[in-house]
Design a binder for this molecule. Structure first.
Ligand code: DGY
Length: 326
């Protein structure tokens, strides 16, 4: 008998067709207003779930209401919305899509870095608003990127892809903060591992690409921001909660750091009341690290492979996040 799977994100038709062939597929059409209760109800009889950005955290109380659930396939590399201890308790396998989005996400983070440093959006808006009436004066000058020091917080796959761009493309000096040393990055990109405070004090560009865990939750506090140079630019492509957002707003307002490029926020979508929207020295993008046609297709395919392997073939793929579940 076919197993029941709930798909709660839009994916390409050919990948949805693979799910329809393998499972009894139910589509859960999520809107920003979707109540967690409706989501839980849709999953009450499900063996598997696949999608991204669900409307609630998958924790013990959620899993008590989805007793048949055996596998969750997230269309993302991040899985901070899943409580791993609860998944273990309820015997639910979790798979993610780590490799396919590495280069695309590094591209977006570098885009944010370059556009923030060179004030691309601000200067484009100036022309759109009919304000380019004379040569640009020093208050509109940007900052050099080539030859500067980039401090990467999180030297995993994406961190290394950023280091590659920085070292080979822009002749930048690469320093990093990571739990463990990464000799491959040290060799390939001349990267140097330092303590967090040293990275913050030294770098011209701080790029955050750490996973959100209890250890990294609000890692970048007011005190940590105060260590950065006044000329430094902060880029966050990880999760909003890695930074104390109120402290960041204060640092940007008082210009104790120069500017920020942010793809992620404490609350998403970013509320229209956010003070970030009032600041000129912040460039915003709507959590689009992996949002290219090619990468999102590859992520959907990978997530479909993952759920089929876990539920149908009973052979989890290499993207199995919690093998301790068995
Ligand atoms: C990821 O894959 O984790 C991206 O941030 C999208 O959620």
């Amino acid at each position: 008998m076919k197993k029941n799977v709930v798909l709660f994100s839009k994916i390409p038709a050919d990948q949805q067709a693979r799910l329809e062939q393998a499972f009894n597929l139910t589509l859960f059409d999520r809107t920003p207003e979707t109540e967690p209760k409706a989501f839980i109800k849709a999953l009450a009889n499900a063996d598997g779930m696949i999608g991204s950005n669900m409307p609630t955290r998958i924790d013990d109380s959620f899993l008590c209401q989805t007793p048949k659930l055996k596998a969750a396939s997230t269309i993302s590399v991040g899985f901070d919305n899943y409580d791993l201890a609860a998944l273990k308790k309820h015997g639910v396998r979790l798979m993610n899509t780590p490799k396919v989005l590495t280069e695309g996400t590094a591209d977006l983070i570098f885009t944010l870095l370059m556009a923030t440093a060179r004030r691309t959006v601000e200067l484009s808006n100036l022309i759109h608003n009919g304000q380019w009436t004379k040569s640009i004066t020093p208050e509109y000058y940007g900052s050099d990127i080539h030859g500067k020091t980039i401090g990467i917080l999180g030297m995993g796959r994406i961190g290394k892809a950023i280091a590659k761009r920085a070292h080979h493309g822009f002749d930048m000096n690469v320093i990093y903060y990571n739990r463990s040393a990464q000799p491959d990055a040290e060799q390939a990109f001349n990267a140097k591992k330092l303590e967090l405070d040293e990275v913050l004090k030294t770098a011209d560009f701080i790029v955050i690409i750490l996973p959100l865990t209890p250890e990294t939750d609000r890692l970048i506090t007011k005190e940590k921001l105060a260590l950065m140079k006044p000329s430094a630019i902060l880029i966050n492509g990880a999760r909003g909660r890695v930074i104390d957002e109120q402290a960041l707003i204060a640092a940007l307002k008082s210009k104790t750091i120069k500017a920020a490029g942010l793809d992620v926020f404490e609350v998403e979508p970013l509320p229209t009341s956010s003070p970030l929207l009032q600041l000129d020295n912040v460039l915003l993008s709507p959590h689009v690290g992996s949002a290219t046609v090619e990468t999102r297709y590859a992520m959907a395919k990978c997530a479909v492979d993952n759920i089929i392997a876990a539920l149908k073939d009973e052979k989890p793929t290499e993207n199995w996040v919690n093998p301790e579940v068995g």
